[in-house]
Design a binder for this molecule. Sequence first.
Ligand code: NDP
Length: 318
Amino acid sequence: MEFRHLGRSGLKVSEITYGNWLTHASQVENEAAVACVHAALDAGISTFDTADVYANTAAETVLGTALKGQRRESLEILTKVYFPTGPKGHNDSGLSRKHVLESIDGSLRRLGTDHVDVYQAHRWDVSTPVEETMQAFADVVRAGKALYIGVSEWTADQLRRGHELAGELGFQLISNQPQYSALYRVVEPEVVPTSRELGISQIVFSPVAQGVLTGKYTPGGAPPEGSRATDEKGGKQMISRWMRDDVLSRVQELKSVARELELSMAQLAVAWVLQNDNVASAIIGASRPDQVRENVKASGVTIPAELLQRIDAVLGDV
Ligand code: NDP
């Protein structure tokens, strides 16, 4: 496993992060969830991503249980705040001082730790002044409950404003967590160049497009039993945007590229996001430990420029 710095901070994260959205306390039984976390640890993953909203807080609890007994200093634990997790009262979501300061304590309790390494704004909150949010984050850091602050799916302008305020308040905004894969490249024109300028890294989610880039879904074919595309608890709906024959047939064409590199399709997809030097880590999800063991082998892989061009040509503008 190789490690990269988050932004201009001294914090290093593993190139592959393990994340538990849609799996822990949902699609996957607890025993399999713990086995995936242990497979991740055995493979050298030190960085774990969750959110209070995943499985309505239960995913944090499962992750905390799975990590119990590990040396805390060897782990980077990331969680997020923004979405409502329980009663949808008027102060139960967003990035108000009240919601941020109340949410961090619940996350720490469920994760079984006295601090997270990166506390992330899960989205931008249009209804709270960003000055108030960043002051709340500064206070979370000052209280030692989070060591660093990150955000998720912020635009280039939002990152610039957050970075500016963090600087004034004496802490750094070190990461943004966007969706990024060979099938979804929205951050490339603006978010990535702005982040490079500001010293913010991307920790990217859905690098295998929720399973689509593994090539296991074929045009016209039935999805494999037990896969996310058959998960009625939420996965099926989340992956549906990619389950189109035109997408699935183009993905099949990438098999020759994977073969040339002696990689599996999943490894090719994860390695692809890591070719971007603004990406510090790819957050992989897994429903089985074998998937973790397979996908971590993408760390340290270089994809030659001519094969990157072939991938671009195959996927075009899907
Ligand atoms: P991926 O693109 O890695 O998809 C993971 C899923 O793909 C697995 O659960 C599995 O599903 C399938 N898969 C993975 N590897 C293989 C393989 N080798 N062979 C076959 N199937 C495979 O990422 P996710 O979409 O799960 O997101 C990862 C993490 O990113 C989340 O857990 C979360 O931490 C973070 N995230 C953050 C968001 C945000 O708003 N900030 C939003 C979404 C995710 P199956 O076996 O069921 O088919």
